[in-house]
Design a protein around this ligand. Structure first.
Ligand SMILES: *[C@@H]1O[C@H](CO)[C@@H](O)[C@H](O)[C@H]1NC(C)=O
Ligand SMILES: *[C@@H]1O[C@H](CO)[C@@H](O)[C@H](O)[C@H]1NC(C)=O
Ligand SMILES: *[C@@H]1O[C@H](CO)[C@@H](O)[C@H](O)[C@H]1NC(C)=O
Ligand SMILES: [Mg+2]
Length: 261
């Protein structure tokens, strides 16, 4: 007896004070994660759009045709703001770490698959004028945009592309763009810095009507049958990364603008 209980009481009191503080701050953070409602039970604006975007990126929300109308502003701010860039950079930084870790054979057969739209080239100038995915897809208007050849380079993807080339990895673009857009696509890629490639594969007429999963799987199978090893595969759609012959590792870039099966 004597000193010890006194000391313990003192210690417990100190602990209670500090843990009260950290509980408060954790409670505050958890509070922010509560779905749908704020302090007075009111809706937190934007929260459901963030959840929708997360659902889309994780492939839980599939088969959607347009961005929910209520999320136009949210998605617009996301893609034009810094978060889209940060989210993209996390992906490409990780891809670079992975690529550097590879034991490459250096026989010219190590290959990395890139999708094009919203992976290599950005169509944001088009989507900014068409409701950031809220307007239903209009093939006539979108193809007209593609034919301008004014797609922008996605800067972090271009960085990954250059890094892979410097490591001796070959690049294959596999895109759902149709064969008749080959020239404009090649020119657009070169103009924004994607200067060379091993393969540029566009969707031939024999694949018209097939899903991206089926078409892209078949193209990757062809590549492997010609002796290439697909060491990496990057795309903005899950249909770039699912199916067969997907590669040793896949990387999903953010894209809350549209869904392709
Ligand atoms: C790297 O690959 C070569 C050729 O396949 C193999 O001989 C070597 O053991 C590998 N090295 C490591 C560290 O895996
Ligand atoms: C696509 O846009 C064009 C030009 O505005 C319009 O004439 C056409 O009806 C639209 N197509 C669809 C399917 O909405
Ligand atoms: C594509 O460009 C090549 C030469 O660069 C030309 O011969 C060919 O006709 C063009 N094709 C189309 C569909 O424009
Ligand atoms: Mg794409």
């Amino acid at each position: 007896m004597g000193m010890l209980p006194l000391f313990l009481t003192f210690f417990v009191a100190i602990f209670a004070v500090t843990s009260k503080g950290s509980e408060d701050s954790i409670a505050h953070q958890i509070h922010l994660l509560r779905p749908q409602s704020g302090s007075g039970g009111g809706r937190i604006p934007g929260l459901s759009c963030l959840s929708w975007r997360l659902g889309v990126e994780t492939n839980n929300i599939i088969g959607w045709s347009t961005v929910p109308e209520a999320c136009e502003g949210y998605i617009g701010h996301y893609v034009l703001g810094s978060q889209y860039r940060k989210d993209s950079k996390v992906v490409t930084d990780e891809a670079i770490v992975y690529a550097k870790s590879l034991n490459l054979t250096k026989d010219g057969k190590d290959l990395w698959v890139f999708d094009i739209d919203e992976t290599s080239l950005s169509n944001l100038p088009y989507y900014a004028h068409h409701g950031f995915g809220v307007e239903p897809y209009n093939a006539t208007l979108f193809n007209k945009w593609v034919l301008t050849g004014k797609g922008l380079a996605l800067p972090d993807s271009l960085g990954l592309y250059n890094k892979l080339l410097s490591l001796g990895i070959k690049i294959a673009f596999i895109t759902g763009r149709p064969e008749d857009q080959r020239n404009v696509t090649a020119t657009n890629l070169k103009n924004v810095g994607f200067h060379s490639w091993e393969k540029l594969i566009l969707k031939g007429s024999s694949y018209k009507g097939t899903t991206a999963v089926v078409y892209k799987s078949a193209q990757r199978e062809n590549l492997e049958e010609s002796g290439y090893r697909i060491v990496g595969n990057i795309g903005d759609q899950w249909s770039d990364l699912l199916g067969t012959h997907v590669g040793k590792r896949t990387f999903k870039l953010p894209d809350p603008l549209y869904y392709i099966s």
